[in-house]
Each structure stands twice: as C-alpha cells, then as structure tokens.
Design a protein around this ligand. Structure first.
Ligand SMILES: *Cc1c(COP(=O)(O)O)cnc(C)c1O
Length: 404
C-alpha cells in the first residue's frame, strides 16, 4: 500500500509495512545472522547490489528494515539506518561527515555524551568542535569556520528546554556549505520534522519516545539525500553498530502507539506545567507549551505539539532538588525519558554533576532544576504526588532550620 498520502497516525501503523510471505500481520523477528542464497548467481547479484535482498544481519535484516522504512517515511527522508543505540547513531553521523581537520558547531546544552564523544575521542583524530547557544543565530554565524562540515543541533535541548530555529540555522549552514543534523529525540517525528524544515539528517535515540516503554536501547538516522543515506549506512555496517532483530521488533511495536502516547502525555504535561507555575515552592517552569516560555511562538511554528518534557526550578536550590527526588512516590527517580511512566531526575546532582556549578549556570540552569518526563498516568495522581513531595521538602527544610 502506498502510505505517502496518509495522516501521521495511519502512517504509524502502516508505513514501512510489507506483506510477509507467511501472512503474518506483524513483521516477525527474523532471528538469524545470515541468509541463504538460492544459488551462486543470486549470491553474486546480492553482493553486486544488482538485486534487493538479504545477505547478513549486520548489513540488513527484514525486521530491522521494517523499522528503518517506517521511521524514514515518518521523517520524510529517503532511508533509515537503525543503530544499536542513540549514541551509535551519533557516532555514525560524526564518522560519516567529519574527517581529520574538520570542525563541527553544536548546541551548548547538547546531550552530554554527544559532546563528550567529540571532545574526548574525535579530538584525538584532529576533529575540532565549538558549542554555542544555537537559538542565537549570531552565535552560530560567529562559530562557523571555513572547514566547518557539520552543524549538529538538539531541539528541544536538555535540560534547558531551549529551542533552535531549524529553518533559520539550516539556511545559514547551507550557505556556508555545511551539513545540518538534528537530534529529534525530545520531539519525535510525531511533533517535529527537521528534514521538512531544511535539515539534511535527523537522528533519534529510539530508547526514548519512539520505543516508549523503557525496555529497549536503540537509535536511528534518517537522511534526505540518497548519497548521504548510503554513506551513513556504509559507516554503520563497517563499524558494526547495527540494531538487532529482536530490538527492532520491540521498537516497531512501540512506534505503533507513538501518537496516542504523545497526545496523552503532552496533555498531562500542559496541565502539570500550569499547576507548577502556581506553586509557591517553584521559582520557574520551563515548558515550551507555556506562554511564559521565551520561544513559545517558535514552538508553535516548528512543532505540532509541545511534548511532555518539563524542567522546573525549585526555590530551595540543590538541597530542595535532592529532597524532592526522595519524596516523590509515583514519579520514578531515573534518567531517560519519553516512556509511558513518569520519570524524574535532578541534573545538578546526576546527569550534569560532572559540570561545575558555574558551568551549569553558563549552560542556563540552576542547581534547583528538576527534569520531569511526563508519562501517561492519570494527571490528578501525578499532581497529588508532586504536591505531597513539595510538602515533604518544605517540612524537611523547616526541621533542618530548627536544628541549626
Ligand atoms: C538518550 C539520548 C541520546 C543517546 O541515546 P542512547 O539510546 O542512550 O544511546 C542522544 N540524544 C538525546 C537527546 C538523548 O536523550
């Protein structure tokens, strides 16, 4: 069936779906490392690329391919490349685009390991990188050098919830002859389509929203141009960071419900964000769906919805942040995001503890910041959980003050 003209929820169910020879309604888990050739000519034709088919699972597998084709179609790209993890997708991108002497410009608050990989490892091969506030076009323009080959942005970014105008930075980077890649993990293809906005490559940690059930780690890349797809695939195959068929099956199963999960989670998120804004213990709330978000207009233009990631600042700083983590009962204290269950973490003492307090302030958030990934539970229960936790934090703070 041609699914190109369908709406996104129909695409989530039908895109990339090929009839299985057994009639299986769902794509089976082709749990095999290798595929038999009909005869010598068939094997030769597959290796020569003259015939479509399967050779070896690191190169391609029907279960993995179904996922790749689904996500490629959702992102309006020409082909998908599934990887072992989100970081596998980031490494594949860097390896494909950057050579010795090349330079990359990226978002200052980009996912930590995406920056660490560059600064600790690619730097050993003579690749340089600069991190700027990519929401500010002047900073992006100032960072571009003659040998800049890649502009790599993450929007919304973590945990600042800052947005980058994809169309604007893409036009600038293209005028400079450099490729644009977007980490679309926080938005998912349901809410944001970077390739339609001008980017060349989009990537996801499918561990998050696309799989959505906190039971798989995986990644995927989609490119707009067939030659870029081919290059990315060649790197993925040769560096061996392929996805595995069982992983692909689970991610496909999660993908089918992306729309209804996001619709519900973002409805919860908007209600919680409004509620948090009214709580006396909360200094500020960062949610792109709030009129108070400095880039709310850009969010409306660039995204189809506001998603379910919220950051909020507690007045009590580091201690209040730590106490809230221990006081929440329904929200699970864990990193990761985008699952059906609500997860909470405290960047200053956890994911961003490796950065100095000054560094964290420079990156745009305080030690009292809490990151809250809203799940699909009943919103009344989530709010009750937050209320009892904020009360517990206040009681504990008063007790400590009395003892002192
Ligand atoms: C989690 C995450 C990654 C890395 O993905 P893994 O699946 O953990 O390797 C990359 N980018 C963003 C924005 C993420 O949240």
């Amino acid at each position: 069936m041609d699914t190109k003209h369908l709406g996104i929820n129909s695409k989530l169910i039908h895109a990339g779906h090929r009839a299985d020879p057994t009639g299986a309604v769902n794509v089976p888990i082709y749990q095999t490392s290798t595929f038999a050739f009909r005869d010598a000519q068939h094997g030769a034709a597959l290796f020569a690329g003259e015939e479509d088919g399967y050779i070896y699972t690191r190169i391609g597998n029907p279960t993995i391919r179904a996922l790749e084709e689904s996500v490629a179609e959702l992102e309006n790209g020409c082909g998908g490349i599934a990887t072992s993890s989100g970081m596998g997708a980031v490494s594949t991108l860097y390896l494909a685009v950057l050579s010795a002497g090349a330079h990359m410009v990226s978002t200052a608050s980009v996912y930590g390991p995406s920056r660490g990989l560059m600064e600790k490892h690619f730097s050993r091969f003579g690749v340089e990188s600069t991190y700027v506030d990519t929401s500010d076009l002047t900073q992006v323009r100032g960072a571009l050098r003659p040998h800049t080959k890649l502009l790599y942005v993450e929007t919304p970014a973590n945990p600042t919830m800052q947005l980058t105008d994809i169309a604007q930075v893409s036009a600038l980077a293209h005028a400079h002859g450099c490729l644009v890649a977007v980490d679309n993990t926080f938005a998912s293809p349901y809410l944001q389509k970077p390739l339609d906005l001008g980017a060349d490559v989009v990537l996801h940690s499918v561990t998050k929203f696309i799989n959505g059930h906190a039971d798989v780690v995986g990644g995927i890349l989609v490119a707009k141009d067939p030659s870029v797809c081919k290059l990315l695939r060649s790197v993925m195959v040769n560096f061996g960071c392929n996805m595995d068929p069982h992983q692909a099956f689970l991610v496909l199963r999660g993908l089918r419900t992306l729309g209804i999960r996001i619709e519900r989670a973002q409805r919860n998120a908007l209600e919680i964000a409004h509620w948090l804004e009214r709580q006396p213990e909360v200094q500020s709330v960062r949610y792109v769906g709030l009129a108070s978000h400095p880039q709310h207009e850009l969010a409306k233009r660039q995204m189809k919805g506001f998603g379910s990631m919220i950051s909020f600042e507690l007045k009590g700083g580091m201690e209040a942040g730590r106490r809230l983590m221990n006081a929440l009962k329904m929200a699970t204290l864990a990193v990761s995001l985008g699952g059906v269950e609500t997860l909470v973490e405290h960047p200053a003492s956890m994911t961003h503890a490796g950065i100095s307090p000054e560094g964290r302030r420079a990156a745009g958030f305080s030690d009292g910041l809490v990151r809250y990934s809203v799940g699909i539970e009943d919103v009344e229960d989530l709010i009750a959980d937050l209320r009892q936790a904020l009360d517990a934090v206040a009681t504990e703070s008063r007790e400590v003050a009395t003892v002192r």
